[in-house]
Design a protein around this ligand. Structure first.
Ligand code: 6PG
Length: 474
């Protein structure tokens, strides 16, 4: 038998779709799943001349051309370590394992270091685009040993989505860089989704728009600068009739959202690194708060709500929300890219933010026309320290920030939960703050804990005996 190009371990939705995508592109793929029934089902439902089933890992690795490439498409966490343990005795120096799941980047760093001792390469490969993307072209973020990547590059580039005729797949950097970037991608995804959900609340409760109106509004937004996968599916969602009851499905869906954890990881890493990604964090906490349905119901009864006043000019209101959403989106992406920029310095990854933006242009969940502008911003020399400093985005922020402020004040005055939009304004004002109030924080710290303070008129650190402040306690 001709040797196979790659083995895929894990044939549930993502693994199976990726295997078929590779097979469609002429690569000979071996498919293995822990449960043989799943493998049999895949072969029954999707027979393909380039896809060979395996029921034993030993046989699979034997059938692979060298260096062997085994891609794991399994649940992140312990299952990955368990499969690696099974695979290692079957592999030899120069072979590689690719992890295509949403693994935590520190796990990827640990696994890469461990396998490097045995001469086996470990590539942490971020993959975005859901089932459809995996099947017909995802955005791919491979990290790990650059030499090892070269041997798998033809496969990954062939199956990736394409934007402006370039594959949405590019080597990201060593060890955990690929999974780190995927984690930030997901964080941005959370913020983007939250901004859209908050725009929906404003349009529905203050704008007074029906689901049909909303479908129309989002569709028209998708024809302009907000054109993106998420806005496109949102327009379609409002049109969807309920198959189990009357009316539209959206009105029957429970108002509480889950998360698997990648956005939370991004928030934790940002806090550890000292980078503000408040919009991503607020999107995580919004999902957390949404889960407290009983408490929310009780609080709704107990805490007086401001009277909601409908907007008199619906068209102008929708235009204002659109500009607020667009501005919020710029700030959310600026936060995400700042986090990657900081990680690049911290871990010595040398991340190319322009390239990363370019592979987000198609295939992934956050794909948007707006990513062309982000690509240009980070391709420019000198590179902006923040996306906000890029001339194009700066002009958009200056043009639209009034709408953002207006959307936030409207939401707040009407008692709507709009944390991502609120954080967008706060971030902007903190980012451009002439006065941040931190002089008082320094004084307080020095006063209660002798933590010292810095001055505006001379170098060094100082301590003051805060006589008045301490006298006031008696
Ligand atoms: C993607 C997505 C995907 C993620 C889901 C669900 O890029 O294809 O980010 O990887 O698993 O979006 O994520 P949550 O369950 O955390 O919302």
């Amino acid at each position: 038998m001709t040797k196979l190009d790659i083995g895929i371990v894990g044939l549930s939705v993502m693994g199976r779709s990726l295997a078929l995508n590779m097979a469609d592109h002429g690569f000979k793929v071996g498919g293995y799943n822990r449960s043989a029934a799943v493998t049999q089902q895949v072969m029954r439902d999707h027979p393909h001349e380039n896809l060979t089933p395996f029921y034993d890992l030993n046989r699979l690795t034997d059938a692979l051309s060298r260096p062997r490439k085994v891609m794991l498409m399994i649940q992140a966490g312990k299952p990955v370590d368990a499969v690696i343990e099974q695979l290692v005795p079957l592999l030899e120096e120069g072979d590689m394992i690719l992890d295509g799941g949403n693994s935590f980047f520190e796990d990827t760093r640990r696994r890469a270091a461990l396998l490097a001792e045995k001469g086996i390469h470990y590539l942490g490969v971020g993959i975005s685009g859901g089932e459809e993307g995996a099947r017909f072209g995802p955005s791919i973020m491979p990290g790990g040993n650059a030499g090892a990547y070269e041997s798998v590059r033809p496969i990954l580039e062939a199956i990736a989505a394409r934007a402006m005729d370039e594959p949405c797949c590019s080597y990201i950097g060593p060890d955990g860089a690929g999974h780190y970037v995927k984690m930030v991608h997901n964080g941005i995804e959370y913020a983007d989704m939250q901004l859209i959900a908050e725009s929906y609340l404003l349009l529905k409760y203050v704008g007074g728009f029906t689901n049909q109106d909303l479908a129309h509004i989002f569709k028209s937004w998708n024809d302009g600068e907000l054109h993106s996968y998420l806005i496109g599916i949102t327009a379609g969602i409002f049109r969807e009739a309920d198959d189990l009851a009357d009316g539209e499905l959206i009105d029957r869906i429970k108002d509480s959202a889950k998360q698997k954890g990648t956005g939370r990881w991004a928030s934790i890493e940002a806090l550890k690194q000292g980078v503000d990604i408040s919009m991503i964090t607020s999107a995580c906490t919004a999902r957390i708060m949404s889960n407290h349905l009983d408490e929310r119901e009780k609080a709704w009864e107990l805490i007086h709500s401001p009277a909601v006043s409908l907007s008199p000019d619906k068209e102008a209101f929708a235009a204002m929300v659109r500009e607020a959403l667009y501005t919020g989106k710029i700030i959310a992406y600026a936060q995400g890219f700042s986090l990657m920029q900081d990680a690049s310095r911290l871990y010595g990854w040398n991340l190319d933010l322009g390239k990363i933006a370019s592979i987000f242009r198609a295939g992934c969940i956050i794909q948007a026309v707006f990513l062309n502008d982000i690509t240009h911003a980070f391709e420019a020399e000198p590179k902006p320290e923040s996306l906000i400093f890029d001339r194009f985005f700066l002009s958009r922020i200056n043009e639209h920030q009034d709408s953002l402020r207006q959307a936030v004040s409207t939401g707040v005055m009407n008692g709507l939960p709009i944390p991502a939009l609120c954080n967008a304004v706060s971030y902007l004002d903190e980012f451009r703050a002439k006065a941040a109030g931190a002089n008082l924080i320094q004084a307080q710290r020095d006063c209660f804990g002798a933590h010292t303070y810095e001055r505006t008129d001379r170098e060094g650190v100082f301590h003051h005996e805060w006589r008045w402040a301490n006298d006031n306690q008696h």
